[in-house]
Design a protein around this ligand. Structure first.
Ligand code: HEM
Length: 228
């Protein structure tokens, strides 16, 4: 099948799954910002996303998207290396205009994957998994606000999350315009525009996550100063 056998097809799969994951991140970032203003409102959203059939279905879909994106990333990288053959070892200087992020997409992806495992352990395991299995956890499984307070009270987690968010930012700044290029919007003018749009969007998105982590770490958000 074209999407599996051809290199263009594989790039299309990477681009479509990558953009779908950015869409999820946009929703997730907006949801997290709510926690800055009201713990009660945040937990109401967490309850909606609890162990209901539609939330579990969405989680399975999200997991499938992520697995597809990661598996194709390894296939494409292996394919590019094979195509370059021994040339890869002969070239030591990288042209200046090639961005750092584009050279290191796989490494960034691996850092993101490790951060994701930690994140799923911190939240998904204590929330959705605990609710599904009836496992006893520190708070009610829909009390996302309390799990955020616990997680970001630990400075080691705060540092790891900041590194993780920076890695995602680099990954998105390259991934976004690269996806647009795959879809054929690759004229010089449009490529420059997509690069700018991708840069602004990724920066705003990651800032939304970063502000939440730092606000919880330093205890400075409206939702944290007033009793819930
Ligand atoms: C840095 C600040 C973040 C905080 C405070 C946070 C918080 C949470 C919480 C509370 C949940 C559980 C929601 C629920 O089950 O009701 C969750 C789930 C999740 N988060 Fe995050 N998150 C953050 C960043 C991220 C980022 C950057 C990503 C992706 C790169 C991400 C991906 C996920 C995924 C995949 C789930 C599981 C969703 C599901 O069960 O369908 N999170 N997060």
């Amino acid at each position: 099948m074209w999407l599996i056998n051809s290199s263009v097809g594989r790039k299309v799969v990477m681009s479509v799954t990558g953009l779908a994951l950015i869409l999820f991140l946009t929703f997730h970032g907006c949801m997290n910002v709510v926690a800055l203003f009201s713990g009660e409102a945040y937990n109401t959203i967490c309850e909606l996303l609890g162990a209901n059939w539609y939330a579990v279905l969405a989680t399975v879909g999200l997991g499938a998207l992520a697995v597809c994106h990661i598996v194709y990333a390894f296939i494409l990288t292996a394919q590019n290396r094979r195509a370059r053959g021994s040339e890869r070892y002969a070239v030591t200087a990288t042209p200046k205009e090639v961005e750092w992020a584009s050279q290191n997409m796989l490494v960034l992806g691996i850092i993101i994957l490790l951060g994701m495992l930690l994140h799923l352990f911190n939240f998904w395991y204590n929330m959705m998994f605990a609710e599904l299995t009836g496992m006893t956890v520190a708070h009610s499984p829909s009390d996302g606000f309390a799990f955020m307070q616990d997680t970001f009270a630990n400075p080691v987690y705060v540092v790891l999350y900041v590194i993780w968010l920076v890695a995602i930012w680099f990954h998105l700044t390259h991934g976004f315009w690269s996806a647009m290029q795959t879809f054929g919007w690759s004229g010089k003018t449009w490529l420059d525009r997509w690069k700018m749009i991708g840069m602004v969007y990724s920066t705003l998105l990651m800032l939304a996550f970063l502000v939440v982590v730092l606000a919880f770490a330093f205890g400075c958000a409206p939702s944290l100063c007033c009793a819930m």
